[in-house]
Design a protein around this ligand. Structure first.
Ligand code: GDP
Length: 316
């Protein structure tokens, strides 16, 4: 019998677009999305998990298409009010979004795990696919700029990615364990494909891969690993991926991302705009339209990615 399960590694904005596409072309019980939690932080007394939330809102169809993060039809009374009081308003939390952070924080304080809270909230919002944090253990991405080490959200949101990035670290990662549902899935013998979504390699995918045992478990699953390039025409669609690559001394290109993933990849989906310069990246390259503007784009790219994985599997 053919293998059924698709495991997708995802950050927020780019990753959630493909995760939604996969959720539209696969039965709900065949998709497990592994969410990066390196971006998580504590702010205003709340536990905030930006990538889990972006995935949750996208999969529930209540995401904000204009920003790529947060909820649609949002109102901002809380932000306006806290700003007027001299409070911290650099990290934008809409009123509806705030409810999720307050509720997550309450449940974590009662002793529930992040994965339990995530599963329950996804269920309440009608999401069929499983969204699993990469780990229930605490991992925090840190960025070394000219002024020393800072927290990721300080770099990303407060300082608008302006600092030059010299180095990244994932605090806590050496002690973190991959979530048991992820390792169980990868060991099941039923994995059709591992999809690396078009997310920032450094701060969305690498925190997942840096968890001890994760990379080996992916390899040992025997499933084809197929990534979608987050770089189109030598540029990031959104966010600091290309800027970070240049600052870290890497080539800001689709080929540069593939080189970063190295022997993890069996297949690589690259945009038409990057077809000429792609060369040999050590993985089977598929050229496709990778910009996901519409829902149809998301579905189509999900189909292309699964076809690429199935073609690789059929040759094993
Ligand atoms: P973050 O965690 O919110 O930063 O989001 P991700 O890491 O998941 O996504 C950021 C990356 O997604 C950037 O490198 C973007 O270039 C990429 N991205 C965003 N939209 C698209 C798209 O439509 N197609 C592709 N191929 N990449 C995209």
């Amino acid at each position: 019998m053919s293998k059924r399960l698709v495991v997708a590694l995802s950050g927020g904005v780019g990753g959630a677009k493909l995760a939604l596409g996969l959720s539209l072309v696969l039965p709900a019980d065949e998709l497990l999305v592994v969410a990066n939690t390196g971006d998580d932080f504590e702010h205003l007394g709340l536990s905030i998990s930006p990538d889990i939330d972006t995935l949750t809102y996208a999969l529930a169809g209540i995401d904000n298409p204009a920003t790529g993060w947060g909820r649609r039809n949002e109102t901002w009374s809380f932000m306006d009010s806290i700003g007027a009081l001299g409070g911290e308003d650099w990290f934008r939390l809409g009123d509806r979004d705030l409810a999720l952070h307050v509720e997550r924080t309450r449940r974590l304080r009662l002793g529930q795990t992040l994965s339990e809270v995530t599963a329950d909230i996804c269920g309440r919002l009608g999401i069929g696919a499983r969204v699993v944090p990469m780990s229930d253990d605490r991992v925090r991405t840190r960025v070394r700029g000219d002024a020393g080490w800072i927290d990721f959200q300080d770099y990303f949101v407060r300082q608008h990615c302006r600092p030059v990035v010299h180095e990244l670290a994932f605090d806590g990662v050496t002690l973190a364990r991959p979530h048991a549902d992820i390792t169980a899935a990868l060991r099941s013998g039923d994995v059709r494909a591992v999809i690396v979504c078009p997310s920032n390699p450094f701060v969305s995918v690498e925190p997942i891969l840096a968890i001890p045992g994760m990379r080996d478990a992916i390899k040992a699953s025997g499933a084809p690993v197929v990534a979608v390039s987050p770089i189109i025409g030598g540029q990031a669609v959104k966010g600091p991926t290309a800027k970070m690559m240049r600052e870290l001394g890497l080539e800001a290109s689709a080929a540069g991302v593939a080189a970063r993933y190295g022997d993890l990849l069996d297949g690589y989906i690259v945009d038409h705009a990057d077809a000429d310069g792609i060369g040999n990246v050590g993985a089977r390259v598929t050229i496709a339209r990778t910009l996901m503007t519409s829902l149809h784009d998301r579905e189509t790219l999900a189909g292309v990615t699964l076809d690429a994985a199935d073609a690789l599997a059929s040759q094993r």
